[in-house]
Design a protein around this ligand. Structure first.
Ligand SMILES: *Cc1c(COP(=O)(O)O)cnc(C)c1O
Length: 386
């Protein structure tokens, strides 16, 4: 099977992990801060807080921005469920904004329209999670201006997008957001096995994130309610979690980060090659906004179903039978049974639902060969009936 995504592990990665394994610290040592500093300086942001997953990063980011019961978070229906679930963890409500039919990201025009309506009904969101689907940034400057006008905070879910750029700045610099979150799951662009990170330019937000990552405990006397009782002393000043990243994971992250540029370059080469190989197929290849340099986590095609005699599902099944590990990112979140129980209905976000009926993620990863890509093209042609 040619998978839709997979990690790229070298001898240097393995050696970096082994070195930590035989060192004094397996957790809470020097490697996590080293990884945080490396990512922060790469993307051009002040503070970075490494955690055990992007899901954890989204959860504590919502808390750090004050999201709680009575509040609402808005996000895209075309995302992994974690981008929405983080609101529910905090006791807040979720709503969605339909996607732009070209980028598949939240449509800024629909966002503005929904904000105007919400302002009239006095139910404005407190936080918006902007998901950079496939690695292509949302139109963040527009989101930021709307945030200023309507008073909401912004989290960028850049799980797909590390190494990508928006208006020539690395995604994660937080020029147009409060916090950006990355995922280091093995299918993503760089990996720490499991792992995630929240980055921000705001000192108070960074302090809160660091507390929430580790039980809400501090050893910093300036944050305590009274003087220290002695050298053993710590205080719990928030209700936090154990969301810490290990030293082994951070060592892998540091080693992977050194190859991030080359990972993204190779992903772009493969994407450009797909564009060329598939140009006469009855499909839409990924449209790119000229403001963006995508991280290219995913290469999603859309079938022009009206031109085809085989269904989306049949094409998908034929590709899987041919050992092509195609996937579908994503099932619209509002159609999941859990969200249906919260009151969402099929039909609520038509652009997202249309996308779901046409989209296929083709294999794309750093180690993919041109020959494997030719195999994908051949199988897709056959499945479509060319
Ligand atoms: C992968 C992913 C997540 C969750 O990442 P984990 O590190 O697995 O928790 C969240 N949002 C999006 C858009 C993702 O693709």
């Amino acid at each position: 099977m040619i998978p839709y995504g997979r990690q790229d592990i070298t001898r240097a990665d393995i050696d970096a992990v082994i070195k930590v394994l035989t060192s004094d610290f397996l957790t809470q040592g020097p490697m996590v801060p080293h990884f945080e500093k490396s990512v922060a300086s790469y993307v051009g942001v002040r503070y970075a807080i490494a955690v055990n997953s992007a899901t954890s990063a989204l959860h504590i980011s919502c808390l750090a921005l004050g999201l709680g019961s009575g509040d609402t978070l808005w996000t895209s229906p075309i995302t992994f469920v974690a981008s929405a679930n983080c609101a529910l963890y905090c006791g807040a409500k979720v709503d969605f904004i339909d996607i732009d039919p070209r980028t598949y990201n939240i449509c800024p025009i629909l966002l503005e329209k929904k904000l105007i309506e919400a302002e009239e009904k006095e139910c404005l969101p407190k936080v918006i999670v902007a998901v950079h689907l496939c690695g292509q940034s949302c139109e963040m400057e527009k989101f930021w201006l709307l945030g200023q006008r309507f008073g909401f905070k912004i989290i960028e879910d850049a799980s797909h997008a590390i190494g990508g750029k928006y208006k020539n700045y690395f995604i994660g610099n937080c020029r147009f957001s409060d916090i950006t979150v990355f995922s280091f799951h093995p299918v993503k662009i760089i990996t720490t096995a499991e792992g995630g990170m929240a980055v921000t330019n705001e000192n108070a937000v960074a302090e809160k994130l660091a507390l929430l990552r580790s039980h809400g405990i501090t050893r910093d006397v300036s944050m305590m309610s009274h003087e220290s009782d002695g050298p053993w002393y710590y205080q719990q000043i928030e209700l936090g979690f154990n969301y810490r990243m290990t030293e082994l994971q951070a060592a892998l992250g540091v080693s992977q980060l050194k190859r991030l540029d080359s990972f993204v370059v190779r992903r772009h080469e493969l994407a450009a090659r797909y564009n060329e190989l598939l140009k006469d197929f009855p499909i839409k290849t990924p449209w790119q906004n000229p403001d963006n340099y995508s991280g290219y986590h995913l290469y999603v095609i859309r079938l022009e179903v009206e031109k085809l005699s085989v269904s989306h599902r049949q094409i998908f099944e034929l590709l899987r039978e041919d050992e092509i590990g195609v996937n579908l990112h994503y099932i619209p979140v509002h159609t999941q049974p859990y969200y249906q129980n919260l009151g969402f209905r099929v039909g609520d976000f038509p652009e997202a639902e249309r996308y779901y009926c046409e989209a296929i993620s083709l294999p794309l990863y750093h180690g993919m060969t041109d020959a494997q890509q030719d195999t994908v093209r051949f199988a897709l042609g056959r499945a479509i009936g060319l």
